[in-house]
Design a binder for this molecule. Structure first.
Ligand SMILES: NC(=O)c1ccc[n+]([C@@H]2O[C@H](COP(=O)([O-])OP(=O)(O)OC[C@H]3O[C@@H](n4cnc5c(N)ncnc54)[C@H](OP(=O)(O)O)[C@@H]3O)[C@@H](O)[C@H]2O)c1
Length: 248
């Protein structure tokens, strides 16, 4: 059976780059997200083969249906899950509504929990598996008015470590990556016209010791390392991939 990876949020940014990275390394990839057109574009760049499993991860019946399809596939064995789908929100605790907190919880935490819960029996049955959770440096150290987002990303860090404990005896590994500022559509600066964007990026450069913000590929390579056998003796790791911004 060909080894496969399930990547959530694969239609854009870090998830798309991660899917392409796994594909380059011989994995069949299951691409999850809502935007079928963009998933299709990513699938075309995955030369190792790809299948689109489009759904909103907050829609439980739709998610379960998609997960059943992946879990029952006979030609590919999923060895890796990359929980990458996420939404960002810029509100303080004072300004953030219940609706914002609920949405942040459902997309950034409950969705990944449901996916892992569905995969645990499958991983046990197949002798192991690897989970990579994409958190954020804001989950390690909050900054700015992003309290709901930062709280969910902090919960993801802690949950990853619980998973590492729970999964160890079944050879299920769980690791967490905390990206810094990465140039993707999640940020409003991503689609600025070139002059304004250069200006915005110049300002952000000084925030990181390595002198630049990240690319989706910078994170994708780490997501490949922690998901694949390259990191076979690592579990429960929480790793900033952030140009050093966590040191500033
Ligand atoms: N970029 C950064 O600076 C940065 C820093 C730290 C952490 N991160 C984290 O990295 C991850 C990827 O973000 P990105 O920067 O690559 O942003 P992005 O380009 O906006 O990608 C977000 C992805 O999440 C998917 N998604 C959002 N809501 C979803 C839902 N309800 N159901 C299914 N899929 C959903 C989107 O797919 P559809 O629109 O097709 O549904 C998209 O593929 C996120 O968890 C984010 O918090 C990013």
């Amino acid at each position: 059976m060909k080894k496969a990876a399930l990547i959530t949020g694969a239609s854009s940014g870090i998830g798309a780059a991660t899917a392409i990275e796994y594909s380059k390394n011989g994995y069949f990839v299951y691409l999850m997200g809502r935007n079928k057109e963009r998933l299709q574009e990513v699938a075309l760049q995955c030369r190792g083969g790809a299948s689109i499993v489009s759904c909103d991860i907050t829609d439980l019946p739709a998610l379960n249906k998609r997960l059943d399809e992946v879990l029952s596939a006979k030609i590919h064995r999923v060895e890796v899950i990359v929980n990458n789908a996420g939404i960002y929100d810029v509100h303080s605790t004072e300004k953030g509504s219940d609706e914002i907190w609920t949405r942040e919880f459902e997309v950034n935490l409950l969705g990944p929990v449901r996916i892992v819960r569905a995969f645990f029996p499958y991983f046990k049955q197949h002798g192991g598996g690897s989970i990579v959770n994409i958190s954020s440096t804001l989950g390690l150290r909050p900054q700015g008015p992003t309290s709901a987002y930062a709280a969910m990303k902090a919960a993801m860090v802690n949950w990853t470590q619980s998973l590492a404990y729970e999964g160890g005896e079944f050879k299920i590994r769980a690791n967490c990556i905390c990206p810094g500022i990465v140039d993707t559509p999640i940020h409003s600066f991503h689609n600025l016209d070139p002059e304004k964007k250069t200006e915005a990026l110049e300002k952000m450069k000084t925030l990181q010791p390595l002198g630049r913000i990240g690319t989706p590929e910078d994170v994708a390579r780490a997501a490949y390392f922690f998901g694949s056998e390259l990191s076979s003796w690592t579990t429960g790791a929480v790793v900033p991939v952030d140009g050093g911004i966590n040191l500033t």
